[in-house]
Design a protein around this ligand. Structure first.
Ligand code: ATP
Length: 467
């Protein structure tokens, strides 16, 4: 296998993101908040486009898929049924001096990266006791070099309360995943739609996890957006393996063909038996080579009938499906492809990052469907009234069809460089020839080449370029 490297370092991505308004630190004026980020004017455009492309591909264009928008705060029993209250935990250790907390598995991974050993253990599948043993036997210290505590399990659910009295009866949780809203609405979806198995329900929305691992930028945050699908089927009449393979193909297609990501930085990782939940028959992660290594982008799991049965037990309601032909009643099985929109976003940013040494510029080669702006329009000089007026006219006209950036600051070279960093595929410059001969210059982001075209033909030309 060729030696594949990440496109760039995380520092470069963070710096570009701040400089061009893709991502800011949350509450920066108050000193920031760990694991929380804001999406700036350029970032929010990409985020929305990713969500729209996901919705379009997985929901709108499929007759076997339905959408849903369930609440962030659900009935607290939901999270008892799903197992989150009991076991949605991360293994943690505490630095005995600074009292900072760390994920035990991350400390072990970092130790192994520095101290390579033959047949290293699979950290993903280690139980708490095994982690404890490993940390003690290898005298692993905290990143600050201090002794660490024993491994304890730490629940990731955020708690809140409804109403004026905060006691056990008013306790609620911010959802730790969007999926449970799909399961708890299953009966209502069946009763209000003419659906036949196999069919799926998908939703996009915020989820919350009390993550303490820092330093992974928007990859791991307290608040994030998930796009999750539950695909329900009858295990007696549908071949789960064929459905599972088909979903894997769809995920791969979405990432490589729709988001245009380089396939050499993508791979599948199958979960080992000891890593998988006891009810899951098979689980894979689609991983991307982020600047900090191969990490889970998108998970897919065959969860059997576990979730619906748990909700039947905790709610006392019948969530069975009745086959319209045979009248057989049963609890459907489910395949769950679940992705974080913010992880897709970070992948898109990393994958588009290009350092063009020959021209001493940084270019974000975003697919034009994802670029915050499809075009930029400039007057060659900002103090020539006729040029500015003509450029405004072109800008206003093109803005009816495209998201267009306007820039009249500094010199033209600097404007091109700033649009390259924003990923704008084409810049249109209005110069003296526009006034005299009716031509404009189109400049291409990817190779910095320029072409002179008739203003009268500009729209037609752009329609082809941005098709
Ligand atoms: P990880 O092992 O990286 O913590 P996970 O296996 O717990 O992730 P899932 O519960 O399977 O994640 O959630 C589905 C998807 O949601 C993940 O594949 C990921 O893309 C996204 N996701 C999960 N946690 C976070 C987070 N804290 N920040 C951003 N995205 C997240």
């Amino acid at each position: 296998m060729p030696d594949i490297k990440p496109t760039t370092s995380l520092e470069e991505i963070v710096s570009l993101a701040k400089r061009r308004g893709f991502v800011y630190q949350t509450s920066e004026i108050y000193g920031g908040l760990a694991n929380a980020y804001e999406y700036g004017p350029a970032g929010v455009e990409i985020l929305r486009k990713i969500k729209n492309l996901w919705w379009d591909f997985f929901i709108s264009k499929r007759e076997d898929m339905l959408g849903l928008d369930s609440q962030i705060i659900l009935h607290p029993k939901t999270w008892e049924a799903s197992g989150h209250v009991g076991s949605f935990t991360d293994p943690m250790v505490e630095d005995k001096v600074s009292h900072k907390r760390y994920r035990a598995d991350h400390l072990i991974e970092a130790w192994l990266a520095k101290n390579p050993i033959n047949n290293p253990p699979s950290v993903e599948s280690m139980k708490s006791e095994e982690m404890n043993r490993f940390l003690q036997e290898n005298k692993v210290k905290s990143p600050d070099g201090n002794e660490i505590s024993e491994v304890k399990n730490f629940n990731l659910l955020f708690e809140s309360s409804i109403g004026v009295v905060a006691d056990e009866s008013s306790k609620v949780y911010l959802r730790g995943e969007t999926a449970q809203g799909i399961f708890s609405n299953f009966k209502q979806i069946l009763d209000s739609n003419r659906v036949k198995l196999p069919f799926g329900v998908g939703q996009v929305g915020k989820s919350f996890r009390n993550e303490i691992t820092t330093g992974q930028f928007v990859f791991r945050t307290l608040e994030f957006e998930q796009a999750e699908i539950e695909y329900f089927f009858d295990p007696e009449t549908s071949d789960w393996q064929a459905l599972f393979n088909d979903w894997q193909e769809k995920m791969w297609y979405f990432v490589t063909e729709i988001l245009g990501i380089d396939a050499s930085r993508l791979r599948w990782r199958r979960h080992e038996d000891s890593e998988r939940s006891f009810y899951s028959k098979d689980t894979y992660d689609l991983e991307y080579l982020y600047p900090f290594g191969w990490k889970e982008l998108w998970g897919i799991a065959y969860r059997t009938d576990y979730d619906l049965k748990q909700h039947m037990q905790f709610s006392g309601k019948n969530l069975e499906y009745t086959d319209p032909f045979t009248m057989k009643k049963f609890v459907p099985h489910v395949i769950e492809p679940a992705v974080g929109i913010n992880r897709l976003f970070l992948m898109v940013l990393c994958d588009a990052f290009h350092q063009d040494e020959s021209k001493n510029r940084l270019v974000l080669k975003l697919d034009q469907r994802l670029a915050p702006y499809q075009l930029a329009v400039f007057p060659l000089l900002k103090n020539k009234e006729e040029l500015v007026a003509k450029a405004r006219e072109v800008f206003v006209n093109l803005s009816k069809k495209y998201r267009v950036a306007w820039d009249e600051r500094g010199n033209i070279g600097k404007r091109y460089l700033s649009q390259d960093e924003l990923g704008t595929p084409y810049c249109v410059t209005i110069d003296f020839d526009t006034l005299e001969k009716g031509t404009v210059t189109i400049r291409r982001r990817d190779d910095a080449s320029q072409e002179i075209v008739e203003l009268a033909e500009l729209e037609q030309k752009l329609a082809l370029m941005l098709a």
